[in-house]
Design a protein around this ligand. Structure first.
Ligand code: SAM
Length: 383
């Protein structure tokens, strides 16, 4: 596989992806193969997974020429697991392997208690799936390994969408202890691989700010609501997904809280009405789905964030907290801060920045791969 000078420059800049336009010659490479990378002068630059269809033609696995065999995969998975032992203690659910962040591009492995959920999101990683499942079984002896490859991004690789149990028992609902809160996740049918594990640490951080009347917008299965309920007088938690709310009610039972009300509604409509009716809250959480899936959506995404945050700021009591999130990669932290600042100005509210947070540490961010940093979570206080 021969790279253009620009392709080599990307690797030298610490990135792991080479785009199709930076591949000078791919002749003879099979879809999903592991290929050696060379420049036009036949200098070696590393080994990568090759995709014959995606704009991301190459995903770097290593900058050396070691054999990329089962042992290599097992070592990378072991290193990822050792890091989680350090930083995810106290939770039975976390991201065990975070793709590029753990040197295994396009591989996600999430742990939910004694079940593992796998996504292989490129042709190359999909070919390695049998070896990965084998390693996971040998190392972790899970009750089940579930495949959640029912994601649209696989179309870019001309891979089919599929899900199911790859090994072990037939499972769907798994109950885990997440830092003292019991949460049931549906690993077979839930959103993402069952839940939004990237918010795990933010949900814990939010506990400090739950008081009085709490509003949890885009609650899913109650992640923030369940963490805030202990100190709040009451929590109103809203989502459009009836399936998610069914599990949320079950989570409430598992934890014995009686002060949470679940409501199936559109949060944009709810916030507009709450503002109009002059309802007041002491803590508001905003954790919407990504508004900018493509760069071209940036302007409309920023308008969406501004509107949501404007409404939320207007219904907060003085001294109240706003926990506001964006999981759109294309909306950078400064863009997001700008949208929220603009909302604060329009709402005529002075706002203190209490915490500037990001995704949980198991969702590894690589300094030289900006795409690995996508989640922003601001904790703000309205004065
Ligand atoms: C990022 S997830 C929230 C994750 C959750 N905060 C947690 O910690 O588990 C976004 C949620 O928004 C819901 N949703 C999407 N559009 C919505 C809307 N307009 N109004 C209410 N909920 C919506 C989805 O069903 C999904 O559960």
């Amino acid at each position: 596989m021969t790279l253009s000078a620009h392709g080599v420059d990307r690797l030298l800049a610490g990135h792991l992806w080479v785009y199709r336009s930076d591949v000078a010659d791919a002749s003879g490479a099979e879809p999903g193969a592991i290929v050696g990378l060379y420049d036009r002068r036949r200098r070696f630059w590393g080994q990568a997974l090759y995709s014959s269809t995606s704009q991301i033609a190459l995903r770097l696995l290593t900058r050396d020429n070691r054999p990329l065999d089962r042992q290599f995969l097992a070592e990378r998975i072991a290193a990822a697991a050792a890091y989680r032992d350090q930083i995810a203690r106290g939770s039975e659910a976390y991201r065990l392997v975070a793709a590029e962040g753990d040197g295994l591009p396009s591989l996600i492995v999430d742990r939910y208690g004694d079940c593992l959920v796998v996504q292989t999101l490129s042709q190359g990683m999909d070919r390695l799936k049998p070896a990965i499942v084998d390693i996971l079984q040998e190392r972790f002896s899970p009750r089940a390994i579930v495949e959640r490859n029912d994601v649209a991004v696989r179309a870019l690789e001309e891979l089919p969408e599929q899900k199911g149990v790859l090994a072990g028992e037939a499972v769907s609902e798994v109950v885990v202890d997440e830092h003292g809160v019991r949460i049931a996740y549906d690993v077979l049918n839930g959103q993402k691989t069952g839940g939004f594990l990237d918010q795990r640490e933010n949900r814990c951080a939010a506990r400090d700010y739950g008081r009085g009347q709490v509003l949890d917008c885009f609650t899913y299965t109650g992640g923030f609501a369940l963490n805030l309920a202990a100190r709040a007088e009451s929590v109103l938690a809203i989502d459009t997904s009836a399936d998610a709310l069914r599990l949320a009610r079950r989570n409430q039972e598992l934890n014995g809280w009686s002060n949470i009300e679940w409501r199936e509604a559109n949060c944009f409509d709810f916030l507009k009405a709450a503002d109009h009716d002059a309802q007041r809250y002491d803590t508001v959480v905003l954790d919407p789905p990504p508004f900018a899936r493509q760069k071209s959506n940036l302007a409309s995404a920023l308008r969406g964030y501004k509107e949501l945050n404007l409404r939320a700021l207007k219904i907060l009591n003085p001294g109240g907290f706003l926990i506001t999130c964006s999981c759109s990669f294309h909306v950078g932290e400064s863009d997001f801060l700008g949208a929220v600042a603009s909302a604060a100005l329009d709402a005529h509210r002075a706002v203190q920045v209490v915490e500037r947070r990001t995704q949980a540490r198991d969702h590894v961010i690589l300094l030289t791969v900006p795409e690995t940093h996508y989640l922003k979570c601001l904790i703000l206080r309205v004065v």
